[in-house]
Structure formats: structure tokens, C-alpha cells
Unconditional design. Structure first.
Length: 146
């Protein structure tokens, strides 16, 4: 194989592997669930809003946000599969919402005090958050990694 072909092959492999091919930002796209979780959305989950983004970077830099209708089975499954701890109001940070940059207007739009807020119990560095609206039961969740 000559040098030009080797260089071309290397460039293609690096480009595909670095996120450049699969980078972008998708809001309210029906494929956001599968982009995020690499699985089909459960039939009983009603996604109201969603956002998924992936940066064109050689490391994995991405994030997602979802708003779903109240769903007891999803909520039970989420808390059964992951060790979660509730974040007390006194622990709320300045930027408690899991948005990289400005949150969309639809993501947990009310004051933080109106939500039960949860995170992983065993990963204190995680940006993963679940917000459950105390009045409506709507579930907002998201995470980002940079």
C-alpha cells in the first residue's frame, strides 16, 4: 500500500472514531432516546422534550436532557437500577441543573425548591440529575460529560 493510501485510511479511521461523523445537536428528535441509551424507548414512556448533543472531539463529550410525562414504572425502574440519593435543598449548588451551558427553557423551568432532586449516590463527580416536579410528577433528567 503506498503512502497516500495509508494516510487516507488513517485519516478516515481517525475522523470516524473521533466523533466528527456523529457530532451535532438534536432537539425533540425521536432518536434522542436511542442516541443516549443505545436502546429503544420503553413504550409506556412519553417524551415531552429532549435534547442530545455530541461534540466533534477526539474524546467523548456529549450531553442529554429529557422531560417525560409522569411515569411510576419508569421512576421505580430508575431507582431500582441505580443507587440514588436525594439532594437536600441546603446542598443545591449554584448550577444544579445538568446543562452544559444554558438550559433550554423547558428543562425543569420552575425554582429548584419545587422539585425533588436526585443524583447517583456512588458517583459524587457525576453531572447526572433527576428532577421530579412535586406538583405535576413530571420527570426531568439529564447529564453531560466533557
Amino acid at each position: 500500500m503506498d503512502q497516500m493510501k495509508k494516510l487516507s485510511l488513517l485519516l478516515i479511521v481517525l475522523t470516524a472514531g473521533c466523533g466528527y461523523v456523529s457530532s451535532g445537536k438534536w432537539e425533540n428528535d425521536e432518536r434522542n432516546w436511542s442516541r443516549t441509551f443505545h436502546s429503544a424507548k420503553p413504550e409506556d414512556v412519553v417524551v415531552v422534550h429532549s435534547l442530545y448533543w455530541r461534540a466533534p472531539h477526539w474524546t467523548f463529550e456529549a450531553g442529554y436532557l429529557f422531560e417525560i410525562e409522569p411515569n411510576d414504572s419508569f421512576r421505580k425502574q430508575l431507582f431500582a437500577e441505580y443507587r440514588m440519593r436525594q439532594i437536600e435543598r441546603s446542598e443545591f449548588g449554584e448550577n444544579e441543573r445538568p446543562c452544559f451551558g444554558k438550559c433550554p427553557d423547558w428543562f425543569a423551568p420552575n425554582p429548584l425548591e419545587t422539585y425533588d432532586v436526585w443524583t447517583y449516590d456512588d458517583d459524587r463527580r457525576s453531572n447526572f440529575r433527576v428532577f421530579i416536579d412535586r406538583n405535576t410528577g413530571r420527570i426531568f433528567f439529564g447529564e453531560y460529560q466533557v
